[in-house]
Design a protein around this ligand. Sequence first.
Ligand code: LLP
Length: 419
Amino acid sequence: MHHFHYINGELHCEQVPVRRIAGAVGTPFYLYSHATLAHHFRTFDAAFAGYPHLICFAVKSNSNLAILRLMISLGAGVDIVSGGELFRSLQAGVDPMKVVYSGVGKSKDEIRRAIKAGILMFNIESSQELGEISRLAGRLRTKARIALRINPDIDPQTHPYISTGLKKNKFGIDIEQALKDYRRARELPHIEVVGVACHIGSQITELGPFLEAVQRLKELIRKLELEGIRIRYLDLGGGLGITYDQETPPHPRDYGAALVKELQGLDCTLILEPGRVLVGNAGILVTRVNYTKDTEAKHFIIVDAGMNDLARPSLYGSYHAVWPVVEKDRPEVTASLVGPICESGDFLAKDRPMPAFAPGELVAVMSAGAYGFSMSSNYNSRPRVPEILVKDRAFYVIRKRETYRQLIRGESIPDFLER
Ligand code: LLP
């Protein structure tokens, strides 16, 4: 569900013509719909109404301050994986008691900052990290609340780069090892054990792997309780998939109902860390055709956005639908929508039927709200593009286009290179 739709042949975001925004801010740009974001959060949240829960938005999926503020204002906490994400989230006004912090490589500085901020819990990913957090909390004369992130060894049936709960992945702690680490954690004076966590992967389109994960965690929680270790939070991570093309992921309502059913009898607060399902289909990337080019083998449509702006197609071979901003009567062609970056891997859509776009036309690359801007880079010294938020009939620039000056911010030429 989203609020990108045609009115008299023109693509609108809510009540605003996309073409008007392109005229005002130039291309390329990311465009988000407030109504879609709010609807997605409320639907997801409502799916768990029957059980005590906290929705911690995965900041990595879209970390713009305005998006964070919107989620927070709707009641969300955040799932963070770096000091930078902690900083952003605090700037956006998050309640530290709604912050969970995952990641296999937390630095000392990041850990200290999170302890000082008073976050809800660290999701610990190794025995060494447990020791380190305990030591740093001791130095700060306080206690750190923790969960162990379990690696439940479940195949989420998704792209290998975004599977995280298999034994061969770098994430989490082996479920057998976890028991030992919990016993040790209980003895550490600067650690307070509060939870069990896991996150098995992303863009998961079946319920099965989630239910399997809950079952494994439930078993572990029971074992811990027998040893007098009381678990207050069960964090299931994120991962619910969306429709990019033909996928049919479970509706959040069904996902929620199935999980809540599985959790009956367990006296915990459920934490979820959704990213993609909240923001993925709430955003698009708008780009303009610069040229078309026919080679003996192929038809290329060359646009002004590239793999530095949207990395997903190049990185994962992922599919994003391509829509015209102004509908016209015209043939379909089999083409590749490519960017200006000097790499053959620079494509937004590859060898696919699409409208025969002409130079000057605007193209909407759909489902780009998650892991779009947040994964963008300055490769080829391209300024990062603006982000725009539409609400009803108005649009707001929530991040300006970078300038060339900003591209070289922080760089300097040492004296010996003086001309
Ligand atoms: N929690 C943890 C600990 C995670 O590592 C992730 C995503 C999430 C929550 C949110 O997962 P989601 O609900 O968005 O599936 N760049 C890739 C996705 C990487 C996901 C990394 N972790 C992509 O563009 O598909």
